[in-house]
Structures are given as C-alpha cells and as structure tokens.
Design a protein around this ligand. Structure first.
Ligand code: MEV
Length: 318
C-alpha cells in the first residue's frame, strides 16, 4: 500500500501573539517551510511515531512527544495500528509553528489513511484541527489555536479564540525578513509567565490587551489597503508592548534595531518570544524589490552572528 501523506505549513504571527491567548484578535500567515508526515500500517502491530530517527510509542508516554502522539491518536478511535514518520523543517521553539505544523501534518496523514482503509468515512477540517489541537495542548498547555489554524490554512488571516479565522484580502503580497536569534524558549512557559504577570498586575493586562487589539485591527486595515509604512509602524508598537510584558530578549531587541537601521519598515518578535524568531517588514512590492530590500537586513544580522531568510506572505490558502 502506498503511504498516506499529510503536510502543513509553518507560520508567522504578524501581530497579537500572547494577547490572543487572552481572547483578543491576532493576525497570522502561513509560510512555506513546514512539516510532512507519512502513515503506513504498523508492521509491528502497534502504533509508533518516528521523528528525526527516534521512535515514540503512545503507550509509553515517557516524553511530551509520546503524550502528544497518544492524544492525537485518541481523536481517531477506529484507526488500526500505524507507523507514522514525520519531519519538520522548522526549528522547534523557534516561533515559526514547528509543533503545530507537525500536528496538522500527522493528523492529515492519519485522516487520509483512515479514509482510504475504511476506518473513517470522511474526516473534515474541524476534525483535523481538533486532532492537531489535542497534540498541541501537550506542548503549549493553553494554546489559542492560532498556530494549528495557520498550519492548516496558510494564507493570511485575523484570528480570535471565539471566532476562529477570518481570511484577509491583501492588497498585494508582503515580504518579510525572518530572523532567528539561534536560541529557543518553551511556548508553554512563555504563555504561563504572561498569564502570571496578568494575574499579579491586572493593570498591565488592562492596558496591554486593548492596546494590542487596536494595533491588530489597524494592521488588518493596513494589509488590505497595502499601507506598508503604516503596517511597519504598527509592528514596532506591538514590539514595545511585547517587551512590556517581558517576552522580548536582548537578542530580539538588537535584531529589531539592526533591521530598522538596514531599512526595514518595522520589526518585532514573532511567536512566543524569549528567543526564537523575529520578522522585519520589507519595503517591497515585488520579488525583485524584496531581494533588494532584504539584502542589507540579512547582511546586518549575519555580521552580528544571526541567521535570517526571506519569506513571502500572500492571501492564497494552503
Ligand atoms: C505562539 O506561536 C503564539 C502564542 O500567542 C501562543 C498561542 O497563541 O497559543 C504565544
């Protein structure tokens, strides 16, 4: 039997991370680099997940991956034993949605396998998100769902926990330099530290959440109008608010500054922070523009010892 396959994209959060966990809107977009999974009947007669050459068994539940795999499999109750091989091209904890992309790719491959072997008649998009959500909760504790939604949908969308994704119609594609600090942090612990801060200091929550909401709403308008300068300014303001809730780091601040000095229209961390990745908005409306605008940003990061690459955001769905 040919293996059943599933794939999913990585993501960047353009604005609104962390606040989105507390119910406010955020904007996310799919990026191409993501994850892939294949499923075959288990030759050993018991399910297993193979990731980077290491086997994880759901019954053993020794590691978070074993727990996550068990939680995902539980959403396919009639699935026969399967051997799943998965691969992510995204740095774990790097802020680009590696675990969500893996969860969606594995759920898609399992769904294709389930329908082709008759253990399910059909699996819809909501079930894929539920399966990936069960996986993601093991790593993130209280995920808003924006990462798995981006991994599954791609494109560019406004998201709230209550209403899910509303796709945005971009005036034109948007180009970002995506930089990596080279360090990573646990999303779960970053989300928990913000929750503790909001509990201890409700006044910080009460000024941060409405401020981020306003930035996100304005950014949706800027994206739809093609106002890159306005969007860049909103990214910078969002970064200040993220620094105010202690999720930025010296490396992230330095890389944002280097990017702005090299001509980026705005820059901010993306994802959970504490390390991980940042995005710098390029003054570009075509691939040629983007290559020209990205070069000094990427060179400045490289000279300071950081990696980065160009990414294109469009409203085309995955
Ligand atoms: C992580 O990519 C984004 C956070 O807002 C967590 C979440 O929304 O689940 C930090």
């Amino acid at each position: 039997m040919t293996p059943a396959r599933g794939a999913a994209c990585g993501k960047v959060i353009l604005l609104g991370e962390h606040a989105v966990v507390h119910g406010t809107p955020a904007i996310a977009a799919g990026i191409e680099r993501g994850a892939e999974a294949t499923v075959i009947p288990a030759p050993e007669g018991r399910s297993s997940l193979h990731l980077a050459g290491i086997e994880h068994l759901p019954g053993e539940a020794k590691t978070p991956l074993c727990h996550a795999f068990a939680a995902l499999l539980a959403t396919f109750p009639d699935l026969p034993p399967v051997r799943i091989t998965a691969e992510s091209r995204l740095l774990p904890g790097g802020g680009l949605g590696s675990s969500a992309a893996l969860g969606v790719a594995i759920a898609r491959a399992a769904a294709t396998f389930a329908t082709s072997t008759g253990s399910a008649t059909s699996v819809d998009a909501a079930q894929i998100l539920a399966a990936a959500g069960a996986w993601e909760r093991v790593f993130h504790g209280n995920p808003s769902g924006i990462d798995t939604t981006a991994a599954a949908l791609g494109g560019c969308f406004l998201y709230t926990r209550a209403e899910g994704a509303s796709p945005l119609a971009l005036r034109h594609d948007v180009w970002l330099a995506v930089g990596s600090t080279g360090t990573s942090a646990s999303t779960k612990s970053m989300v928990e530290s913000v929750a503790r801060l909001f509990e201890r200091k409700p006044e910080v929550r009460d000024h941060t959440l409405p401020a981020i909401t306003a930035l996100v709403r304005n950014a949706a308008l800027a994206l739809e109008a093609g106002d890159l300068k306005g969007l860049g300014h909103l990214l910078d303001l969002n970064q200040m608010l993220l620094a105010g809730i202690f999720v930025s780091t010296e490396d992230l601040e330095r890389m944002c500054l280097l990017a702005r000095e090299a001509g980026a229209l705005g820059a901010k961390l993306t994802g959970a922070g504490g390390g991980g990745s940042l995005i710098a908005l390029l003054d570009a409306r075509s691939d040629d523009d983007a290559a020209r605008a990205a070069a000094p940003v990427l060179a400045a990061w490289r000279a300071a010892g950081y990696d980065g690459q160009l990414a294109r955001i469009s409203d085309r769905r995955a």
